[in-house]
Design a protein around this ligand. Structure first.
Ligand code: BES
Ligand code: MN
Ligand code: ZN
Length: 498
């Protein structure tokens, strides 16, 4: 889909469809009023008769509105004006785009972007509109031999803004929104691919493709490299797999070399059977999504590279399958991590932390300013927060605050969880420096505590996205989260968020 921004009144638009909003209790928004005036009260008539009451989610398509240049006008119900917030704004955009796709209009001008959302700037509204519009039209049908084609899909969307002096910042926000949306689409595609296609080697190839397109530095570490580095914790997870493990390192150098990089680490378990601690078979297919941390950091990298942000960003992905087999790690095995700390592997299904801990030690060589890891780490996090918020842990409160704010700003929210020492005790092992599990309770926290033992040398945050990275059920699929949160965090750091 193509996007553009225009200032000008709705009645003078030549596009195939003009979209304006109506609040509940039949109150026209300003653009709707302008159209109504030009059309001699045509819209207010319809509204008065009760054909469009402004209920959230309702739509009404009008043809050949008198007195205007529009072939079609789409009225979109916005709900109660006093309740109109971020979520309602997003829903209105989603409804609009889905409906437009069914109208037969190739292009549309939407006048929703100028709606007031409390405390949200015009840049915010444009960014969100672009992100949500692309998210709403995302499809993953490359494995269907018969695709259900949209008959006449929407090709071009023009966002109307009220004032000319809003154009410049709207253009920038549009670029940001599109970069984020494309980053999300990449993350969704990688997540949705079946695990026989999207294995560690595939992820490494995709990193190389991105490196080529955006002129990034890319290095792929192979098993012998990892052996030399002493990454025995990571390698222990790969023991049962026939697919070779990879450690992917991808860097965008947008700032001076002296500027310390932000490092993102993404869990890349391309399929998690649980290993010898085998998972139950119900819904095991969903463990193809266990690389969504990796997919999201690749999505963020693509967005950052596309926006050419003046920052140094490195992305690290430990990638492997977690499979059972004659060579697989046994419960009770003890391994020495790259940090030198020994780990008694009590449950081979707690594999995410085992690959992340070595990646988190490896990042020390980049002298990072900040490290954030992203992982579908624990079922316990899904129990705690469901699919609404990602679990956020940090060894520095100001970093946690910045990430929470980025989550609110992008409506890709996280919730701050504790990393108190009291939980560390649960990881005690009688035989090694630590066990890899902490028992039945507080599983998301003990997993984060485990990681914290490897991140003492830098500012670090951990996002547990087990509940937010994909949806189950009828509209099953990867969500592209937390690409919006992380990209907003980076935009904020780069001083580019208006
Ligand atoms: N990939 C899973 C976490 C997961 C489970 C994500 C369900 C989404 C839905 C992870 O590797 C795992 O298996 N974790 C175990 C840890 C336990 C053995 C301590 C879990 O959560 O059950
Ligand atoms: Mn597991
Ligand atoms: Zn896992």
């Amino acid at each position: 889909m193509e996007f553009s921004i225009k200032s000008g009144s709705p009645e003078k638009q030549r596009s195939a469809c003009v979209v304006v909003g109506v609040f509940e209790s039949r109150k026209l928004t300003l653009p709707a009023e302008l159209l109504d005036k030009a059309a001699n009260g045509y819209i207010s008539d319809i509204v008065r008769r009760g054909d469009m009451e402004g209920k959230a989610g309702s739509t009404l398509l009008l043809h050949n509105l008198p007195g205007t240049l529009c072939d079609r006008v789409l009225l979109v119900g916005l709900g109660k004006e006093k309740d109109f917030r971020e979520k309602e704004f997003g829903n209105a955009i989603r409804t609009t785009v889905k409906t437009l796709n069914e109208t037969g209009a190739f292009d549309a001008s939407i006048f929703l972007t100028e709606l007031a959302v409390k405390k949200r700037s015009i840049a915010w509204r444009v960014r969100q509109t672009a992100m949500i519009a692309l998210d709403a039209t995302y499809k993953f049908d490359q494995f269907k031999s018969k695709k259900d084609e949209v008959r006449r899909p929407l090709r071009k969307l023009t966002l109307g803004v009220e004032r000319r002096n809003e154009l410049a910042q709207s253009e920038e926000a549009l670029n940001q929104g599109l970069a984020i949306a494309e980053g999300m689409a990449l993350a969704k595609n990688l997540g949705n691919l079946p695990p026989n296609v999207c294995h560690p080697t595939y992820l490494a190839e995709q990193a190389l493709v991105m490196a080529k397109e955006f002129n990034l530095a890319c290095e792929i570490l192979e098993r012998p490299d990892m052996e030399k580095l002493g990454m025995h914790s990571l390698l222990s997870v790969a023991n049962g797999a026939h697919q070779p493990p990879k450690l992917i390192v991808l860097s965008h150098k947008g700032a001076k070399a002296s500027e310390k990089p932000l490092v993102l680490v993404g869990k890349g378990v391309t399929f998690d059977t649980g290993g010898i601690s085998l998972k139950p078979s119900a819904e095991m297919d969903e463990m193809k999504y266990d690389m969504c941390g990796a997919a999201s950091v690749l999505g963020v990298m693509q967005a950052v590279a596309r926006m050419k942000l003046a920052i140094n960003l490195t992305v690290i992905i430990p990638a492997t399958e977690n499979m059972p087999g004659g060579n697989a790690t046994r419960p009770g095995d003890i391994v020495t991590s790259m940090s030198g700390q020994t780990i008694e592997i009590l449950n081979t299904d707690a594999e995410g932390r085992l690959i992340l801990c070595d990646a988190l030690t490896y990042v020390e060589r980049f002298e990072p300013d900040t490290v954030i890891d992203v992982a579908t780490l624990t079922g316990a996090c899904v129990v705690a927060l469901g699919g609404v918020a990602s679990g956020l842990f940090a060894n520095k409160d100001s970093l946690a605050r910045e990430l929470l704010d980025a989550g609110d700003e992008s409506h890709d929210r996280a919730w701050h969880m504790p990393l108190w020492d009291d939980y560390q005790e649960l990881l005690k092992s009688p035989f090694a420096d630590m066990g890899n599990i902490g028992g039945r309770w507080g599983g998301a926290i003990t997993a984060a505590c485990f990681l914290s033992r490897f991140t003492k040398k830098y500012d670090w945050a951990h996002l547990d996205i087990a509940g937010t990275a994909w949806k189950s059920g009828a509209d099953k699929g990867a969500t592209g989260r937390p690409v919006p949160l992380l990209t907003h965090y980076i935009l904020q750091r780069a001083g580019k968020l208006n």
